[in-house]
Design a protein around this ligand. Structure first.
Ligand code: HEM
Length: 529
């Protein structure tokens, strides 16, 4: 027997032994590395099972999967990567303006018959109630800024009507800084951070206002007592713009809305606000939520000023100029309803951050006016929503109609939920798809002249300063003093070598009221030395 034969015989004799030993060793080593499958814990039994986004049960949400206890992470720990990747995408772009705000649901109740002016069905019967969602905000600050600052407050109201959602996107001020939409991005750039310094700069703010004399009325308002409301509950809301109402006979009326707070107007002084903004940046949002939690439902009395269409051409002020009010003596506010907030959103991101409001959301009986700012806004908002929230933003529960449903041939896009099932996606069709009404929401208005880059027309008493002066002269002596101090503190922040900016800014207030201009000049001189 040669060596080879001996080896074969040995192999056959001892194979079972070698094999057993190998298998046992392997099993032993596998047992060492693999932990026991743990018992289901009592804590787990009491709570629903944690899962991945795809619904598979998740074993460990506290320790990542590694190669050995001290080793590096394993690519197969997809639960970890899903968690980190989702977290990285938790933010959507903040609103380019009005980034910071709070909101709540509520009810609008009609208290007066308005059918002579509008055929809007949600305002067709005294006592009729409509669900609403109101978001109030500051304008210039970013999402993480403080509430208690000098800034207009947004007052964006959604009515969930049976004829679709009607959005009234106003402010707590009856007027605005500018009257042409093309100036809005430039204006907002001066309110936001300077491209070089990264801070808001007094130079930019006062340069723009000084060179835009139409802002004098709103700036007087903003630096007066109402410039820093004590809370969202203690301020009024206004449509600011003029809108069209039209009745069943097709007659047109121009309207401005006022929402008068039933909590009383309360404001903060500049000093009080500086302390509050530093100690409680969320003061407005917390105040609103807690009041509703306590059952103290904030409310506003709703009024409208109504101008018959025939008055517009000869009214002493251009009725579509957003820098002007209609004095109450000319068109007295008429009380028509009550707005109450009575339910907090359950999820701020879903319902407040992702809420969208558009001045172009009208219902039958209500429409736009030729206000040049409003016309620009009719485009800007839906465009912002598509970018900020997505093309299907209006499918989210807070944004979709609650008292009717939307029926369109629009389809698909990111996060489309298939709501139209098998329905045809084109028009005209012979498959019974939704059909148009042939009834425009608003009435036609006459236009004249040639196309061109026109400034808004001026009427008999229009100029950039008259209503700012009237506002100043209405103030008590104390209010005037505080206005001068606030303006002087603001203007004196302009760079020492830019007296021209200071002079232009003061010049606008002098045009509004000579006494205001004189006092401002002295106060600024004292501060700038
Ligand atoms: C042409 C002038 C204006 C333009 C282009 C403009 C544009 C915008 C844009 C892009 C947003 C962010 C929308 C979003 O991301 O959801 C916004 C928000 C807002 N704007 Fe304007 N805006 C203008 C004038 C005004 C005026 C005059 C008012 C008040 C009378 C106003 C009130 C608001 C309010 C309240 C919000 C916040 C809405 C919310 O809570 O979601 N805006 N604006």
């Amino acid at each position: 027997m040669n060596t080879f034969h001996w080896f074969l015989l040995e192999l056959v004799r001892f194979y079972p032994v070698y094999r057993l030993d190998f298998v046992q060793n392997r099993t032993r080593s596998l047992r060492i590395e693999s932990p026991e499958v743990p018992e289901v814990t009592a804590q787990h039994e009491a709570r629903p099972t944690l899962t991945t986004e795809a619904g598979a049960p998740l074993a460990d949400n506290q320790n990542t999967e590694t190669a050995g206890p001290g080793g590096p992470l394993l690519v197969q720990d997809q639960q970890l990567f899903e968690k980190l990747a989702h977290f990285n995408r938790e933010r959507i772009p903040e609103r380019i303006v009005h980034a910071r705000g709070g909101g709540a649901y509520g009810t609008f109740t009609l208290t007066r018959d308005v059918s002579q002016w509008t055929r809007a069905r949600f305002m067709s019967e005294v006592g009729k109630q409509t669900e609403t969602f109101l978001r109030m905000s500051t304008v210039a600050g970013s999402l993480g800024s403080a509430d208690a600052v000098r800034d207009p407050r947004g007052f964006a109201l959604k009515f969930y009507t049976e004829e679709g959602n009607y959005d009234l996107v106003g402010n707590n001020t009856p007027v605005f800084f500018i009257k042409d939409a093309s100036k809005f991005p430039d204006f907002i750039h001066t309110q936001k951070r300077d491209p070089y310094t990264g801070s808001q700069e007094a130079d930019n703010v006062w340069d723009f206002w000084g060179l835009s004399p139409e802002s004098t009325h709103q700036v007087t308002w903003l630096f007066g007592d109402r410039g820093i409301p004590a809370s969202f509950r203690n301020m009024n809301g206004y449509s600011s713009h003029t809108y069209q109402w039209n009745n069943a006979q097709g007659e047109v009326f121009w309207v401005k809305y006022h929402f008068k707070t039933n909590q009383g107007i309360k404001n903060l002084t500049a000093e009080e606000a500086a302390v509050l903004a530093g100690t409680d940046p969320d003061s407005h949002q917390r105040d609103l939520r807690e009041a509703i939690e306590r059952g103290e439902f904030p409310s506003w009395t709703v009024q409208v000023q109504i101008m018959p269409a025939g008055d517009a051409a000869t009214y002493r002020f251009n009725p579509f100029d957003l820098t002007k009010v209609w004095p109450h003596a000319d068109y007295p506010p008429i009380e028509i309803g009550k707005l109450e907030l009575n339910r907090n959103p359950d999820n701020v991101f879903a319902e407040v951050e992702q809420s969208i409001f558009s001045p172009a959301h009208f219902v039958p009986g209500i429409g736009p006016s030729p206000d040049k700012m409003l016309q620009g806004r009719l485009f800007a908002y839906a465009d912002a929503h598509r970018y900020r929230v997505g093309v299907n933003a209006d499918h989210l529960p807070v944004n979709s109609p609650h008292a009717t449903e939307s029926r369109t041939y629009g389809r698909d896009g990111a996060l489309y939920d298939g709501r139209h099932n098998r329905a045809k996606n084109y028009e005209p069709n012979s498959f019974g798809g939704p059909a148009q009404t042939d009834q425009p929401l608003w009435s036609t208005t006459a236009v004249t002249g040639f196309t061109g880059n026109h400034a808004a027309p001026t009427h008999a008493e229009d100029n950039d300063f008259v209503q700012a002066g009237d506002l100043y002269r209405l103030m008590s002596q104390d209010e005037k003093d505080r206005l001068v101090t606030n303006l002087a503190n603001g203007i004196s922040g302009v760079s020492p070598d830019r007296d021209d900016i200071v002079d232009r800014a003061i010049g606008n207030f002098s045009h509004a009221d000579a006494d205001l201009g004189r006092r401002l000049e002295l106060a600024v001189k004292e501060l700038r030395g």
